[in-house]
Design a protein around this ligand. Structure first.
Ligand code: HEC
Length: 145
């Protein structure tokens, strides 16, 4: 009896360590994706000022950065990263197919914006991308806390 009890205590301790480890990882994942999203917003704001003619410059670098960092948006939302300091709705996980579709759409729009670069299409492709970001937020992001 005594032996069995101590085994249970050891097992419990091991499981608790795993749980603590998993939580720390999830917090890092949440922080990471929120930083990436902020980077998207900064590049969009910078590129927007250029394509709208408010400042001189080329949107190409911003578009390339967006293309390079939007390769796997859904991958930044793994199972288990739904608790803590996050504004992601449960739908990110419970309506996964729709979420992944939105992510793919943004990935394609970012690539199209990068392809347009400094060309005549840049403003239109920028707008397409901006609308694609918003479409996902409408269905999958809570009001900002
Ligand atoms: C497939 C869905 C999806 C796409 C596409 C998407 N986002 Fe997000 N975004 C989210 C979700 C969900 C959150 C909340 C993340 C969290 O709090 O864990 C978020 C958060 C954000 C935030 C808040 C970051 C913070 O915590 O301060 C900004 C800003 C943002 N997104 C900008 C963008 C921009 C700009 C684009 C387009 C280039 C974009 N997002 C594309 C789903 C998406």
């Amino acid at each position: 009896m005594k032996r069995q009890f101590s085994k249970a205590v050891v097992l419990g301790g091991v499981l608790a360590c795993f749980a603590a480890g998993a939580m720390a990882d999830d917090e890092d994942v949440i922080k990471y994706r929120r930083n990436v999203m902020k980077a998207y917003a900064a590049h969009m704001a910078a590129a927007g000022a250029i394509v709208q003619g408010k400042v001189k410059g080329s949107p190409a670098g911003h578009a390339k950065a967006l293309e390079a960092t939007t390769k796997d948006i859904a991958g930044m939302f793994p199972a288990g990263s739904d608790f803590g300091e996050t504004n992601a709705m449960d739908a990110v996980w419970s309506k996964r197919a729709g979420f992944e579709k939105r992510a793919k759409d943004t990935e394609a729009k970012a690539a199209a914006f990068a392809k347009a670069a400094d060309g005549a299409e840049a403003a239109a492709k920028f707008k397409d991308l901006s609308e694609s970001c918003k479409a996902c937020h409408k269905d999958y992001r809570k009001e900002q806390k």
